[in-house]
Design a protein around this ligand. Structure first.
Ligand code: F6P
Length: 329
């Protein structure tokens, strides 16, 4: 790619829930900007930083030694103020006063919904980079953070399996996924779970009890049920109580993994994904693209307009539930 004549001043921010790989994405954005001769400004705490005019000028040194670190050096937040006309107006005034030419938003679908509204009110080129451990954003096979979260969950369940096996116990493990069962199904296959409960399908308690009784009759020494936090039957504690009522032989325990799933050093896959998307986002701006998200589909960089990203439901790989069921015998 040839270097454009005009020197751009590009803003970058991380917004929404944190996840591993955000720093790798920031590093890629900053280094790519420098490579092409552009200035880059990091806004702090997501859209809140735009509204409060809190930013740092970034150079190659500001992103040294962060590739492997979890969290985000730019901090993040879920901004209620950015949902208001006044908040967005303030953000636009600050961007103008700083002569920001374009923005790169590293966020999830809620963040893209917010920025899509913003760009309709205040035209400025914006490119999105998808991140969420839930992996439920349309327009990319995988979002930043998902692979690391899966590995964290599988490692945790392996440990739980040891104690479950030693005590002949049934464990209900609750994993993140308010609206999506992606973590539950992949980690379920990866950890050999006996059953997986996800928001995408209706949970039938009788069926779960049957599966567990079958395991009991076959003298399984441990059983793990993975519950996505958004499952329609309730959280892991409630489901464990229901199962216990129907079959009291089980020595049952519950483990809610919680925010540990969002922390830690990113996996190599997440570092590479974040690096590729960071470079692609800057190059998209240089090519004059705007109001799109960069993603990777079938190992190729794709650009999807924000309205399509936020209004399209990502297809859930239901075939994986079938695989999990076959293998849980
Ligand atoms: O969207 C990512 C996610 O981790 C969800 O899986 C979870 O429900 C939510 O964020 C938790 O958000 P918070 O950090 O605000 O508790």
């Amino acid at each position: 790619m040839t270097k454009p004549k005009k020197k751009l001043k590009i803003g970058v921010l991380t917004t929404g829930g944190d996840c591993p790989g955000l720093n790798a994405a920031i590093r890629a954005v900053v280094r790519t900007c420098i490579f092409y001769g552009h200035d880059v400004v990091g806004f702090l705490r997501g859209y809140e930083g735009l509204i409060e005019n809190q930013f740092i000028l970034m150079n190659s040194h500001s992103v040294s030694n962060i590739l492997q670190r979890g969290g985000t050096i730019l901090k993040t937040a879920r901004s209620e103020r950015f949902k208001t006309v006044e908040g967005r107006q303030k953000a636009a005034e600050n961007l103008q006063s700083l002569s920001i030419d374009a923005l790169i938003v590293i966020g999830g679908d809620g963040s893209f919904r917010g920025i899509e509204t913003f760009t309709r009110e205040h035209p400025i080129p914006v490119i999105g980079i998808p991140k969420t451990i839930d992996n439920d954003i349309y327009g990319t096979d995988t979002a930043i953070g998902y692979d690391t979260a899966l590995n964290t969950v599988v490692q945790a369940i392996d440990k739980i399996r040891d104690t479950a096996d030693s005590h002949d116990r049934l464990f209900f493990v609750e994993v993140m996924g308010r609206d999506a069962g992606m973590i539950a199904v992949l980690s379920g296959i990866g950890s050999g779970a006996e059953a997986i409960l996800i928001p995408e399908t209706k949970t039938r308690m009788e069926q779960i009890v049957q599966i567990l009784k079958r395991g009991w009759n076959r003298k399984k020494t441990s059983m793990i049920v993975i519950v996505a936090e958004g499952d329609d039957a309730g959280g892991a504690y409630r489901i464990a109580d229901e199962v216990k009522k129907k079959f009291e032989h089980f020595d049952t325990r519950v483990s809610v993994l919680g925010h540990m799933q969002r922390g830690g050093s990113p996996s190599c896959a997440d570092r590479v994904l974040a690096s590729r998307l960071g470079v692609a986002a800057v190059e998209a701006l240089i090519e004059g693209r705007s109001n799109e998200m960069v993603g990777i589909v079938g190992n190729r960089i794709v650009h999807t307009p924000f309205p399509e990203v936020v209004n399209t439901k990502k297809e859930f790989p239901m075939d994986l539930m079938r695989i999990a069921e076959i293998l849980s015998l």
